[in-house]
Write a protein that binds this ligand. Structure first.
Ligand SMILES: [Zn+2]
Length: 120
């Protein structure tokens, strides 16, 4: 599946498509800038998703408080159950560095497409 096809598929999910960047998200993204948001996103992926069995899986990603959280929900990369369901990433196995980077790249593209840096 290409990145375009993946975005197309997500856009057809009413739930995934319901995650929007609010004014507060945009302000925060603009304040941090793209590089910092990417670093935070990489930290969240490493801490919340990469472990073979993440703590509180299914409830580890807040719904607000950081634009990266919106991207995680919008991209179905909020927990290992969703990552398995949407991306066929097996549960119970630690995410490789390459898989983590791929996830971060995809979510950064999600943010780019939503004009997250307009306020920068
Ligand atoms: Zn989830």
């Amino acid at each position: 599946m290409t990145r375009e096809e993946a975005f197309e598929r997500l856009s057809k999910s009413k739930f995934r498509n319901s995650f929007r960047l609010t004014r507060a998200d945009l302000e925060q993204a603009g304040r941090y800038g793209r590089e910092t948001v990417r670093r935070h996103l990489a930290d969240f992926v490493r801490e919340k998703l990469a472990p073979a069995i993440p703590e509180k899986d299914g409830r580890q990603t807040p719904y607000r408080g950081h634009p990266a959280f919106k991207a995680m929900h919008g991209c179905a990369m909020c927990c290992r159950v969703c990552m398995n369901r949407w991306w066929k990433v097996p549960e119970g196995v630690r995410l490789s560095e390459a898989r983590q980077r791929k996830a971060v790249d995809f979510m950064m593209a999600w943010l780019d497409r939503r004009g997250a840096w307009k306020g920068a």
